[in-house]
Design a protein around this ligand. Structure first.
Ligand code: ADP
Ligand code: ZN
Ligand code: ZN
Length: 735
């Protein structure tokens, strides 16, 4: 038996740390990894701790204290589980403690604290300097317990109230995250639907695949409302009958709630549980225990559920797999639940089924090339997809109301309202980004090396590429058509709302974007009002693109479709295509046919054309060529470093030094050709909370080998105190 145990403690103000403790003889034959222990800890007296490892010596000359006792003999996680977390720490170049912190609800070992309110970060808009500092912390820690946050930030209830009034944060009670199963009463399980012939073919195909190779990742690509969920249910049923369990991930908490109810109706409340970052502590503890005892058959949850200790997994389903919400962007570990699920499936020797109407380009690429692609091409019952028209603003822009609302769109709005139907208008404006576009031909100035839009910097009067640092003068004339009508674009929802009110003074008009969240639950109230038909025209950002299922909406207009595509990011086309395809799906869901209008200066843009015809394959075929040409995923792996400091000069210098050292190392090992190092350049958001930010982008074409090389390099970086270093493996965007 080992002499010492490494234990993990979670101490207020110290955070999560591991310490070594002496194992007393009395428990030496009982102690196991994953048990909850009682240990002495300074002034705190006795506290709870997890056992995470053993050793026979102490690295330094420390006198270890003795473990007092084992609180729970039954471990709450296993060695395999710890191995999974270690793998995650390695992959994302962070330490195990950070991963444990994210994966294991540390409330399990804390003294129970009763809290009811959580703060959700929304945006920075309108906040003062001091408030931005508070917001920055909030953003870092994600959805956070209000009372704990007040300790962390040493701020007052008053600041938080002000931020809430500004619409920068939302305070939510835990109540809305209650387990939906508590209030669900099910007398009799519903039978599964009989599958349509098209569904049945796909179902059989997936079954066959599973029987041949148990650890494949398959992709179910099915247009919206094609009946993917019913196929999942059939596969779940098979899996449970074979004595194994199912992990079912969805991108959002609200979706997890809906799904859990749907699952419970089919499979019974006993066997189903829900898991996400916001379930109550008591709930979390109960579910964790049940999972560990193998009493749950189907676990539904959001991103963090990939870390729930579900046993004996026979199938992992990841629905809406293209959604960015599967990736944690901040704080570390910056993990992608899909990647972690991949490792999890190896441990359990089980398959993964991804599903989406607009799959991630990389997922589609892999599925296509591995013969793991399954497709549903029609809506269930052959329901119609809406008709999309593209309005070329090169022709219609001048006559458009305020240059924004074209005549054809106005005519269509008039007609729709006369028929007593409702209208959705989308403006997907993101605050910081403006791109420069020719109003005559639609040409957007792009970096010749990176194929992403250049950003106008008014301070230096130059166009800059935020990937590679390439700069250019602003062209006097359009290189494409010679006209001099370049304009930096950027129109917000508020402007559009104002113009629409001017045009339709006697109609009921409402706006949904993060600014209206000033009042708690305001957007839900507005959506409900819209649903009841008490709003004629709803103007909004992507917040209105998802989930709305209102049969009375027959017209969807996208004011500036270009804005979705022209972010300086290699995934901008993909994201834009997904957004437009989704918002188009909001029209004509009832008995009346829907119409969709995209206003654009660039009607021939491939992603827009594919969104118009709702043709994913069309989009993919073009997009994948660009990805290959510029070595973007799936042809490379992107790894991003961010170096930040209050001192602009020092941050830049450190970033450049890292680039230099990395380049020398790459050359030394002959990797330069396959490990491309770009930068250092200022981030698109150059300064956050007083910190100047510089980024380095690495395109790794050596898969694991390159990744390991970078991890090794990173582990040797020592930053002075005034500099911060962050690494993001497979970042969601590079903004
Ligand atoms: P998706 O997940 O692809 O968006 P859903 O699975 O939610 O689509 O199916 C869309 C609608 O069609 C749902 O109301 C669903 O109940 C219904 N549906 C799908 N398949 C069947 C089936 N085989 N029998 C009866 N109804 C079905
Ligand atoms: Zn032009
Ligand atoms: Zn560039």
């Amino acid at each position: 038996m080992s002499k010492y145990a490494q234990v993990l403690v979670n101490i207020k103000n110290l955070g999560v740390k591991t310490y070594s403790y002496l194992i007393p003889d009395s428990i030496s034959d009982k102690i196991k990894i994953g048990q909850v222990l009682l240990v002495p800890f300074g002034h705190q007296g006795y506290i709870n701790a997890f056992c995470v490892g053993f050793s026979d010596y102490l690295p330094e000359d420390i006198k270890a204290k003795k473990i007092h006792s084992i609180i729970e003999e039954k471990p709450i996680f296993s060695l395999d589980y710890l191995k999974l977390l270690e793998w995650v720490a390695n992959y994302y170049c962070t330490d195990l403690i950070t991963v444990i912190n994210a994966a294991i609800p540390l409330k399990l070992i804390e003294k129970v604290s009763k809290t009811e309110q959580y703060v959700e970060f929304l945006n920075f808009e309108g906040a003062s300097k001091r408030q931005i500092q508070v917001l920055e912390v909030l953003k870092e820690i994600g959805k956070t317990n209000l009372i704990e946050f007040e300790n962390v930030a040493k701020t007052t209830r008053a600041t938080i109230k002000k931020l809430e009034n500004l619409g920068c944060i939302r305070i939510v009670s835990e109540e809305i995250y209650r387990n939906p199963l508590d209030i669900l009463h099910i007398d009799k399980k519903e039978a599964l639907y009989e599958l349509s012939p098209e569904q049945n073919d796909v179902y059989k195909g997936i079954r066959n695949k599973i029987s041949v190779n148990e650890t494949d990742t398959m992709l179910l690509h099915g247009v919206t409302a094609s009946g993917k969920t019913e196929i999942y249910f059939k596969l779940i049923d098979d899996c449970i009958k074979s004595g194994k369990n199912v992990l079912f991930l969805v991108p959002e908490i609200a979706l997890a709630s809906q799904l859990t109810k749907r699952l419970a109706k089919k499979f019974g409340t006993e066997d189903v549980a829900i898991w996400h970052s916001s379930i109550s502590d008591g709930e979390r503890y109960d579910v964790w225990q049940k999972l560990y005892k193998d009493e749950i058959k189907i676990l539904a949850g959001a991103r963090s559920a990939v870390f729930a200790p579900l046993k004996n997994i026979g199938l992992i389903i990841i629905d809406e797999e293209h959604e960015g919400a599967y990736k944690q962007t901040s704080p570390a570990p910056r993990y992608d639940a899909r990647v972690v699920a991949g490792k999890l499936s190896e441990f359990h020797q089980c398959p993964i089924l991804l599903g989406s109407a607009t799959p991630d380009v990389s997922s589609y690429y892999r599925a296509l090339n591995n013969g793991n692609l399954f497709e549903l091409k029609h809506r269930f019952n052959n329901a119609k997809v809406p008709d999309v028209s593209v309005i070329n603003m090169q022709n219609y822009g001048k006559a458009a109301y305020r240059g924004l609302i074209s005549k054809p769109l106005q005519t269509e709005i008039n007609e729709t309202l006369e028929n007593g139907k409702q209208v959705i208008l989308l403006i997907n404006r993101r605050g910081y980004s403006t791109y420069s576009q020719c109003q005559a031909c639609g040409y957007v100035i792009e970096c010749p090396h990176c194929a992403i839009p250049m950003i106008w910097h008014s301070k230096d009067k130059k166009l800059k590429c935020h990937y590679c640092g390439h700069t250019e003068e602003f062209p006097e004339f359009c290189p494409e058509c010679g006209s001099d009508s370049f304009r930096s674009n950027g129109v917000g929802t508020q402007k559009v709302e104002q113009f629409i009110k001017e045009l339709y003074p006697d109609k009921r008009i409402a706006r949904i974007d993060s600014d209206i969240l000033v009042r708690k639950g305001e957007h839900i109230r507005l959506l409900e009002k819209f649903q009841r038909g008490e709003i004629d025209i709803l103007v909004g950002t992507q917040m209105i693109a998802k989930g709305l299922d209102n049969p009375n909406v027959t017209l969807v207009g996208v004011i500036s479709a270009d804005a979705s595509f022209n972010l300086p990011d290699f995934r901008a086309s993909e994201r834009g295509f997904q957004l437009l395809t989704q918002v188009a799906g909001r029209a004509g869901r009832g008995d009346f046919a829907g119409k969709v209008f995209f206003q654009t200066y660039n009607p021939e843009y491939y992603a827009l054309e594919s969104a118009k015809s709702q043709n994913y394959k069309n989009f993919y075929d073009k997009e994948i060529i660009a990805r290959e040409e510029f070595d973007y995923p799936p042809y490379s792996q992107i790894i991003r470093f961010i170096i930040s400091s209050e001192n602009n000069f020092r941050a830049e210098k450190a970033a450049n030094e890292i680039v230099m050292r990395l380049n020398i190392m790459c050359e030394k090992y002959g990797l330069s050709e396959h490990l491309q190092v770009l930068g250092a350049t200022p981030c698109v958001i150059e300064r956050i909370n007083g910190l100047y930010r510089f980024q380095i982008i690495i395109k790794n074409k050596l898969a694991d080998k390159g990744h390991q090389f970078i991890s090794g390099f990173v582990s040797k970086i020592k930053m002075p105190k005034d500099l911060r270093f962050a690494i993001d493996v497979d970042p969601l965007d590079i903004l």
